[in-house]
Structures are given as C-alpha cells and as structure tokens.
Design a protein around this ligand. Structure first.
Ligand code: BGC
Length: 763
C-alpha cells in the first residue's frame, strides 16, 4: 500500500513536471524574451558566467599535450593582477571538445545547450588527443596575423578563414576566439604576431575579411581584445591613458570597421584599463560606443580571468564572464538581491547572449564529423603564407634563385622553423615543414654536411630543455658557425640562405636586449662569417626573417644580397618560403608596420612598459602612431609602412576620384613594367585640408591588390572610400567632423612613395 502511494506520488509529480515542460518556452523555437521570462535568477547567472567553476580543474590532459597553466591570483580575490603560472592546471577537459577554452552553461529544461568556445586566431586550438580514443584531433596551423595582414589581400584572408571555420565546425566548436586586432603601437608588444597593423584601416579590413570567412561556416567569432590592449606587461590591470581622439581614430576605428563590415557574433573585452576604467566594466566603451553608436547586436565576453566585479561588468554591458568563477556568480547574485544590480540588466545581457547562441551549430542540432579535410587546408595555408611574405632587399635580382642550385642553409630556424607564437594563439598541428625539407622538395640540393651539424646541435640542445608548454617553446641559442664551416659551405654551395628567428607570445612583451630586438653577438658573427665566405667566392647570401614581428636591422640590412620577411608562416613554412625563393610565387606582401632605423624613433618608445611593471602607460604620442609619426617628425624609417618589393616592377597611371553616393570611388591603372608576372598592392592615402584640426600628413583610407599581372599588361583597381572615413574626431564637440576643403587622394606603392594623386573638393 505504502509502495503504491509512493508510485502514485512519483507519477503525479512526473506528470506535473511533464505538463509544465510542455508549457515551458523552448530555446530555438520560442521567443528569446519568453525564454528569459521563464528563467530563474540562478539560471540567468549561469548563462552569464562560464562553466569553469563546475569543471574539474585538475582534469587529465592527453599525454604530450602542452598543459595550460593559467591561474590568476586575482581569481582568489586578490586584485594585484599578478599571474601565478606555477599554480594549478586548468585543462577544460570536461566539456564536449577537449582543449577548448570555455563553455556556456546548459539549461536543459528550456532546451538551452552547452556552447563551446576555442582559440584562435592562427587556426583552431584544441587538444590533439583524447585518452581512450584512438582518433586524433589535429588542426591546421595557418600563418599568424602579421603574415595575413602583410598580404593586404582580403580574398586570401577569407580563403584562410573559410578553412579555419570549417575546422571549427567539424570539430564541434561553436565560437572561435578570434581575430585579434589591437594596433601595433610598439614593435615590442608580445602579441604583435597575432595582430594586424599600426594602421586601423588595414587592421579593420583584414579583421572584417577574417570574420566573414569564419562565419560563412555558420560558426561564430570573438573579435578581440576590445580595446587598447597594446602591451602585455601587467596586462591584467595596466591603465592606458589616452585622448578621446586617439581612442576613436586609432584604437577603435579598426574595431568599428570590423563590426560594421562583418558583424562578429561576439566581442572579447580586454584586460586593461582605459583612462582608469577596466575595459570589461567600461560602459562608455561597451554600451555608449559599441551598441549606441555602432549598433552592435552580438554579445561581449570578458577575456579569460579578467579583473573586476561581475556586477560592474554586467552593468557596463559586458554580457558574459569567461571562463567563469564562483566569486563572479556570487557577486552578481548578491548585487541583484540587495538591489545594486537591476535584474533587468541581467535579462538584457542574457537575451543578448541567447540571441547569438541560437545561431550556433549546437543549437541548430548540427552534427560534426571530427574529420575536416586537413590536406586541403594545408594547401590553403601554404598559399597564404607565401602571399604575405615581404621582400625587403633584392640587390641585382639576387632572388629568385636559379633552379636546381646547391644551397647552404644557415640558422637554426632553417631546420626547425617557428611557425606560430606561444599562448592561446598556438595551434596543435600534426607537423611542420622545415626550410630544409621545403627547398629539397622544390628541387634544390641542400648542403647536407652543414645540415648535419645543425640538426645534431639542435637535437642535443633540445634534449636538455624542458618540453614546450602553453607559455613557451624551447629556445635554442643559435649554433655558432665556425670559419671552417662557412668556408666549406661557400666552396661547395651556389648560394647561402641565412635564417634569423624570434619567438613571441602572450603574457609578456619583448625586450630591447640582444636575442630579442637586437641580434645576439653569435647571430651577427655568424652572419658576417657567412657573408665574407660567400661574397669572397662571388656567391650570394639571402636572409630570411622567421618571426611574427621585426628586429633591429640597421647595422646589417645593407650587407646581404636579399632579405625576405617570412613572418610566422604556419605549418607549411618551408614549402611556402621555398615557393618564394624559387620564384614559383613572386613576393607581393607589404609591411603592415614601420621598420625604424632606431627603436627610439618609434613615437611610443618613451612610454612603453617593456622593462617595468608600471600601473600606467601614457599614450602621449596621441594619434601619431606608426607612419603618422614618421611623416610628421620627418624621421626616415629603414623600411616604411606599406613597403615591399616584387620580382617585377609596376607603374601607376590614370588616377580618378569621383563621388559615388556615400563613397569616393578611386580608380588607378597599374601596369607591369618588368619581365615576370606579379601582383601589386595599391595603397590609397588621403591628405586632408586640416584647417581646424591638426591632421597627419596623410592617412591610409583604403587599398586594393591586383590579380596576377603578366609583363606588359595592366589592371585597373577600384577602391571605394566611405566619406565618413575622411572624418576626424573632434573631442571638444564629441563628434566626427569632415572638414570642408581640398582632399588629395594619393595612390602609392608604400607610405614613403609620392605615388600619383588627384585632388577633390569636399563640401
Ligand atoms: C587570451 C585570449 C584567449 C583566452 C582564452 C586569454 O589569455 O588573452 O586571447 O582567447 O585566453 O584562451
């Protein structure tokens, strides 16, 4: 009898629950406002605070997989912003996709599933192995940000990101935490390899192409790090002090272009403060500008473990907190309960999030294969990397190399290329191609005696170093080259390729010391020995730069016969470099940042926190960043912004500017005057009248890349420049102003070239 009563009660409760469930609105079917209305307070907070608080922080990692050590003291309630990298291990291995960076909370009774977020940006970053599973989950390592932007080719970027987005989708991830697009204010920023440019128009257009490519797969992006995150030193709390004009014209303009042209599903706020206010709790940035002025309708998430109070972040318009701690959950709960946070704010943020998550593959019930076409994607990576390479020097047409020559490869990176940076931007790829392999496959004979020396040196050195991990890749000092080795190679090989490499990554800035900004004594000695041995034999030396940013080149740049900047070219590194050295591809990349003669020539050099841990960095150079400063101060750079040679030559003619609705349409004719085919990047600078406001000498407003032009042939490129891009931000009137007067539209192959121009009267 008793048993029957229990059964009856259980049945009645189950039936009641079922009937309530039938009446409950369901995610994906019903209106988001109805879903939010049906949610409890706890459920709402679960949606805005990521699931890390319920994941097992010591979860297993696959053998050999770089372990992520990423625990901030701030997370334990201390606001010092210091990182305790020796702390506990966070592997996020509990979720659907192992090695993903974060997840959202499910609310099963309303049909809300778990959404998975993973890094970004040079490819998808997930764990390549799962215990108990024989399959592997490798991703393609594509060229990093600075390589993509050096291509100035939005179609190339879209091809790359269509492939990355396909891996995101096929591995069951919903949102990729990319692209990163902070301005390269200083060459020492540790994350420049992930970023695009010192110029906001180039950065914004490349980011827009990136987002459009990824999102064409029905998965999302997270445009980061919003905003003014231009250094890594004390990144969790550094206070960037800058004028409203510099904020708008330099540091936000690229983000605005990306939001308007590509509408990223999400945006990641940055760690730093902007004029005293943490970016993630900054309602001027996140609500007034982003949503109010730009009309953004996605959602904003914090960067991982960002400082600050959850309730402040909610109120400012930072919709989601990642990866999510118990303290943040409690902050919000208490604030709603005691009336400091209006629940309506929470409702708004939850609705922003759910509207986006509704579009995710998991919400649409899409299946995934775990088998993207990695072979096809490797071909995309190879092509993209060669498209971004910048030829800085090429005396007497030293490059391309003649076919089938014997080459002597110097520099550790010729045998062990750097293909990406460290940190969240590092991709777990299956393989990488060295220059040694790439040149061999391209039909060159590689000096094997020299190769053996390098390979055994690198293997011995690596054996004594700790394994690579999230933050660092073992750095092997350059092998000292003896006079004898250089002489032997010079006698037997036809030409020398000398690689100079640098690694960089998240969490630290670069230094001005030897081995980072400056070349080490060994690097300089090796270069000199190789130059004198090869030049002594009447043979050429080409330098390849393998790094995500730049190094000091002043002392030696005029010595080699050729210099090719190959950036961090992704897993196909050796093949891509060989494609350019051999002439299979004519280089067509141009510099996205200025290479100065002296570090002190950069306008940020007095105020960049590269060696200290200051609380504040003053952006005293204001809008005069990069070429805007070099132009204004009349300082000659070593290689200007926008510069890059080709194996052929181009001439510009017939520039026309015509008003076309809200745009100025500029057309320019480009003729290949050399004897090989090639592609050219046409840069469109505008010189504004500057009657009321101080203006840069000129500013990039658009660009176009030609297709392959055969010798003697021409192509007309068209660039549409929106009228609003001519405006400057008047901080006294708090508005954008297009000054009337004569504007000069200059089409040029680099920022230091006169180019050809046409003037137009703007009312
Ligand atoms: C980085 C972000 C990254 C996030 C998740 C942070 O440390 O700054 O760029 O997306 O971690 O891995």
């Amino acid at each position: 009898m008793k048993k029957n009563v229990i059964f009856a009660t259980v049945f009645a409760v189950a039936a009641a629950l079922q009937s309530t469930a039938q009446q409950l609105p369901q995610f994906g079917k019903d209106n988001i406002d109805d879903i939010v209305r049906a949610m409890t307070l706890d459920e709402k907070i679960n949606i805005v605070v990521g699931t890390n608080r319920v994941n097992d922080l010591t979860a297993e990692c696959a053998p050999g997989m770089p372990v992520r050590q990423h625990v901030y003291v701030a997370d334990a309630g201390n606001n010092s912003g210091q990182q305790n990298v020796a702390g506990a291990v966070t592997a996020f291995a509990k979720g659907r996709v192992k090695g993903a960076a974060g997840e959202t909370y499910a609310v099963p009774r309303l049909g809300i599933p778990i959404c998975v977020f993973a890094d970004g940006p040079a490819g998808l970053r997930i764990s390549p192995e799962r215990s108990g599973d024989k399959r592997t989950f490798y991703c393609t390592a594509f060229p990093t940000g600075s390589s993509l932007s050096s291509s100035w080719d939005t179609e190339l970027v879209k091809d790359v990101t269509a492939a990355i987005g396909n891996e995101v989708k096929e591995y069951g991830v919903d949102i990729l935490l990319a692209p990163g697009m902070n301005i390269m204010r200083s060459p020492l920023c540790g994350r420049n390899f992930e970023y695009y440019s010192e110029d906001p128009v180039l950065a914004g257009k490349i980011a827009a192409a990136y987002i459009n490519g990824i999102q064409s797969n029905g998965v999302g992006t997270s445009l980061k790090h919003f905003a003014v995150n231009n250094q890594e030193t004390y990144r969790n709390g550094i206070n960037a002090i800058l004028s409203d004009r510099a904020l708008r014209e330099i540091y936000l303009r690229g983000f605005q272009i990306a939001v308007e042209e590509a509408n990223p599903w999400t945006i990641m706020s940055s760690y730093n403060k902007i004029n005293g206010e943490l970016a993630a709790a900054n309602s001027y940035l996140l609500t007034d500008i982003l949503r109010g002025e730009w009309g953004y309708d996605g959602f904003v998430m914090t960067d991982w473990w960002a400082e600050g109070q959850g309730n402040d972040q909610m109120a400012a318009g930072n919709d989601m907190i990642m990866p999510g701690t118990q303290r943040q959950f409690d902050d919000i709960l208490e604030a709603v309960k005691d009336g400091r946070l209006d629940e309506a704010v929470l409702d708004r943020n939850v609705a922003n999030i759910l509207r986006v998550l509704q579009r995710s593959p998991v919400a649409r019930g899409e299946s995934y294969s775990n088998r993207p076409d990695l072979k096809a994607h490797a071909a995309v990576a190879r092509k993209a990397a060669s498209g971004g390479m910048v030829l800085l020097e090429n005396k007497n047409k030293a490059l391309p190399l003649e076919a089938k020559q014997k080459v002597a490869l110097f520099g550790n990176a010729s045998y062990d290329a750097y293909v990406g940076g460290t940190g969240s931007g590092n991709v777990n790829r299956r393989y990488k191609v060295s220059l040694d392999e790439g040149m061999t496959k391209a039909g060159y004979k590689v000096d094997s005696k020299l190769g053996k020396l390098y390979k055994s040196y690198i293997a011995d050195e690596k054996a004594s170093k700790p394994a690579d991990n999230f933050w660092t890749i073992a750095k092997v000092d350059e092998m000292p080259v003896s006079y004898e080795a250089a002489g032997d190679a010079a006698r037997s090989a036809d030409v020398a390729i000398f690689t100079i490499s640098r690694m960089a990554g998240e969490g630290t800035d670069r230094s001005l010391e030897k081995g980072d900004w400056k070349l080490t004594d060994t690097e300089l000695e090796n270069l000199n020995k190789v130059l004198s041995a090869f030049h002594g034999q009447g043979k050429k030396v080409a330098v390849v730069l393998n790094m995500g940013a730049i190094v000091d080149m002043t002392a030696w740049h005029d010595q080699p016969d050729a210099i090719l900047h190959a950036w961090l070219p992704g897993q196909e590194a050796g093949n891509s470099i060989a494609d350019v050295l051999s002439g299979k591809v004519s280089p067509s990349g141009k510099l996205p940042m200025t290479i100065a003669r002296d570090y002190a020539d950069y306008s940020s050099s007095d105020n960049f926190p590269y060696s200290q841990n200051p609380a504040t960095t003053y952006y005293t150079e204001d809008i005069f960043v990069g070429y805007r400063h070099f132009d204004k101060a009349g300082v000659k750079p070593l290689y200007p912004f926008g510069y890059g040679l080709s194996y052929t030559d181009f001439a510009y003619s017939d520039i026309n500017v015509t008003p076309d609705g809200e745009n100025y349409r500029v057309t320019v004719n480009v003729t290949n005057t050399g004897d090989r085919s090639g592609r050219e990047v046409v840069q469109l600078y505008v010189k504004a009248p500057g009657q009321d406001m101080v203006k840069p000498v000129k500013e990039l407003k658009g660009f176009a890349k030609t297709g392959e032009i055969a010798p003697g042939a021409s192509e007309t490129v068209t660039v549409d420049i929106p009228r609003k891009l001519l405006a400057s931000y008047n901080e006294y009137w708090h508005k954008w102003v297009v000054e009337p007067g004569e504007y000069h539209f200059i089409a040029a192959p680099s920022s230091a070239d006169q180019g050809i121009s046409a003037a137009i009267d703007v009312k």
